[in-house]
Design a protein around this ligand. Structure first.
Ligand code: ADP
Ligand code: X15
Length: 398
């Protein structure tokens, strides 16, 4: 934990350009940020550096634009939200490298905060391309990483930069690792994991190891549809990654071998449109109409999920059970969140949840403060839980 340098080791900041990696990959609906938790969590690091006289240059990604400058994934609208959370002016530059960024950085005075455009607008970011890292590094004297939730990515702004500039962990990075170690370092059993959400392809591999560490794996959301389809059941138009059927089967086999129960939905709430209050019906899992999508798990499945939460001494949760942003498809997620919160309140459960949308879902259910710990990270938190090396953390220790 103390293996890396922190802001406590940074002295003489006035005049220094600090490249601060943050995670601004926040939930957005109809162009509006719906949850500012990730911004609130990095605010103390930004303000500490600014108050100590640094010129704070924020690096972040938004969405998965795959190396293209996709306007809908610009960070420009997020700058104003960061400004509101910080209650401090936030300048914006329309590129994270090159002349545009250099001009904005050169115009900074001590204490200024500048947000650079989405690092993923350049293909060099995800490739951790050495030439791109050098371009990023030109704008800074010091690198601080406060994006624990992106630390499982070996990208230019999360890993590469630490090889080029003196590198430090931000306050959130420190706090996340400490809290996860405290909550899950030696978890009381049974340990139940809930994994749902939409990022099926990037998270499914994590389940292979997770089943060796938990006593039950409850699967919901788009992830469940993929497992259900792999069992040969037609999921209609549901979010599903059919090409991952073999992986899903491997995970089921690994779970059987390690004695981990796999809990899949037995019923679902289906609709033909992805919108709030869409006409919907509850059907058995093997009766999803061909033209419908399962947007939430059904009432019998909710009972089963809550029964597993009752059995658990420790709960780890990433990914909502359904499309919670569009009621009534929030029912399962809200029910499980409230049940886990109640058990935690009674001292019967250690509950740790994480992920940009998961935090937003817990906020929606009104129970965030009642969980033992809520991480900003989803995938990174699961990888940490698996014991996998996190490139963004390891490079700070190197
Ligand atoms: N059955 C479903 N169909 C479509 N989308 C779903 C379904 N269940 C959950 N989702 C979506 O998953 C998203 C969150 O997934 P993900 O990004 O993996 O979580 P996190 O950000 O917490 O790691 C939410 O936007 C939610 O609407
Ligand atoms: O939102 C994020 O992760 P999460 O959905 O696992 O919480 C991070 O910003 C990482 O994003 P990525 O999964 O596109 O690399």
């Amino acid at each position: 934990m103390t293996a890396f340098k922190t802001l406590d080791d940074l002295t003489d900041l006035p005049g220094k350009r600090v490249l601060l990696r943050v995670d601004l990959n926040v939930p957005v609906k109809d162009g509006k940020v719906t949850d500012t938790t990730r911004i609130e969590r990095v605010a103390p690091t930004i303000m500490e550096l600014s108050t100590k006289g640094a010129r704070v240059i924020l690096l972040a990604h938004f969405g998965r634009p795959k190396g293209e400058a996709v306007p809908s994934m610009s960070l420009a609208p997020i700058a104003g939200v960061v400004e509101d959370v910080l209650d401090h002016r936030v300048h914006f530059a329309a590129d994270c490298i090159g002349e545009v960024s250099a001009k904005a950085v050169n115009a900074m005075v001590d204490g200024d905060v500048l947000l650079l455009e989405n690092t993923r607008f350049h293909s060099g970011e995800e490739k951790n391309d050495p030439g791109f890292v050098i371009e990023l590094a030109k704008n800074g004297d010091i690198f601080v990483n406060d994006a624990f939730s992106a630390a499982h990515r070996a990208h230019a702004s999360t890993e590469g930069l630490a090889h080029h500039l003196p590198a430090y962990a931000g306050r959130t990075m420190q706090a996340e690792l400490l809290a996860l170690e405290k909550g899950l370092g030696n978890p009381a059993r049974p340990v139940v994991a809930i994994v749902g959400g939409a990022k099926v392809s990037t998270k499914i591999d994590l389940l292979k190891n997770l089943v060796n560490q938990v006593d039950a794996l409850v699967i919901g959301g788009g992830m469940a549809n993929t497992f259900i389809a792999a069992r040969g059941i037609d999921v209609g138009k549901s979010l599903c990654e059919h090409d991952l059927a073999a992986t899903a089967k491997e995970i089921e086999a690994a779970a059987a071998a390690s004695g981990c129960a796999i809990v899949l939905p037995v019923d679902g709430v289906v609709a033909r449109e992805f919108k709030a209050e869409a006409d919907n019906e509850t059907v058995a899992i093997d009766a999803i109409p061909a033209d419908a999508m399962m947007l939430d798990v059904g009432p019998k499945s909710i009972d089963a999920v809550n029964a597993w939460i009752t059995k658990a001494d420790t709960l780890v949760w990433n990914g909502p059970l359904g499309a919670f942003e569009i009621p009534p498809f929030d029912a399962a997620t809200v029910s499980a969140a409230k049940h886990a919160a109640a058990r935690t309140r009674e001292g019967l459960l250690v509950s740790v949840a994480g992920g940009g949308d998961t935090v937003s879902a817990l906020n929606h259910a009104g129970v965030t403060d009642e969980f033992t710990y809520v991480s900003t990270a989803g995938g990174a938190f699961l990888e940490w839980m698996e014991g996998k090396p996190l490139p963004g953390v390891d490079v700070l220790k190197a």
